[in-house]
Design a protein around this ligand. Structure first.
Ligand SMILES: [Zn+2]
Ligand SMILES: [Zn+2]
Length: 182
C-alpha cells in the first residue's frame, strides 16, 4: 500500500472512531473509567499537529487527571500541518510525542506523577517508554499497538503493565493477557 493510501486509511479510521465515541457520549450511556480516560485521550489527540499520526495521552491517578499531552512541534516552532514533516529514517521527528508532552506538562506545573497511570491512544515508542518508565508510571493503557515490540518485552522485565483498551465497538481483537474487557 502506498504511503498516501495508508495515511488516508488511517485518517478515515480515526474519524470513524471519533464519530463513534461522540455518538456513545451523546447516547448518554455511562462508560467505565478506563473507557472514560481513553475517550479523553482520543479527544486530546485531535489537537495533534502532525497528521502522520494523531496521538493523545492522559496521566491519571486515583481517577484524577494530572496531565495531558498530544504530539506537536517544539513550542514556538511551526507545525508539520503548516510546513510539512521533518523526515528522518522514515519517521517524522519534528514533534514531541504525546506521552513526552504529558510528562513535560506535569513537570512545568510541578505535578507529581510518580506511581500514576498513563492512557495513550497508541502504545509508546521506545523513546517515550523510557521517559514513562523513569517518571515512575506503573501502568500504560493503550488504544492501538504502535510498532515497538521491544517496549512490551522491557516493560515485562520492569514490572510495568501494558494493557490494551480497544474501542467499545471493536471487540474483534483477540483478548490478550491484561486486556480489559468490558
Ligand atoms: Zn510531522
Ligand atoms: Zn513516542
Amino acid at each position: 500500500m502506498s504511503d498516501d493510501r495508508e495515511l488516508q486509511k488511517r485518517l478515515e479510521e480515526e474519524n470513524r472512531r471519533a464519530e463513534e465515541a461522540g455518538r456513545r457520549m451523546a447516547s448518554g450511556k455511562r462508560v467505565d473509567w478506563h473507557t472514560y480516560f481513553m475517550n479523553i485521550a482520543r479527544v486530546v489527540a485531535t489537537r495533534a499537529t502532525c497528521d502522520r499520526k494523531h496521538v493523545g495521552a492522559v496521566i491519571v491517578r486515583d481517577k484524577n487527571i494530572l496531565s495531558t499531552g498530544y504530539n506537536g512541534s517544539i513550542r514556538g516552532l511551526p507545525h508539520c500541518d503548516d510546513v510539512g514533516h521533518d523526515m528522518v529514517g522514515g519517521h517524522c521527528v519534528r514533534t514531541v510525542h504525546a506521552e513526552a508532552n504529558a510528562i513535560i506538562q506535569a513537570a512545568r506545573h510541578g505535578v507529581c506523577i510518580d506511581g500514576a497511570d498513563i492512557y495513550t491512544t497508541a502504545s509508546p515508542c521506545w523513546e517515550c517508554f523510557k521517559l514513562i518508565a523513569n517518571a515512575g508510571i506503573k501502568r500504560i493503557f493503550y488504544g492501538e499497538f504502535y510498532r515497538e515490540e521491544k517496549v512490551f518485552q522491557i516493560a515485562r522485565e520492569l514490572g510495568i503493565e501494558l494493557i490494551k483498551i480497544g474501542a467499545e465497538e471493536e471487540g474483534d481483537h483477540p483478548p490478550t493477557e491484561g486486556d480489559i474487557s468490558r
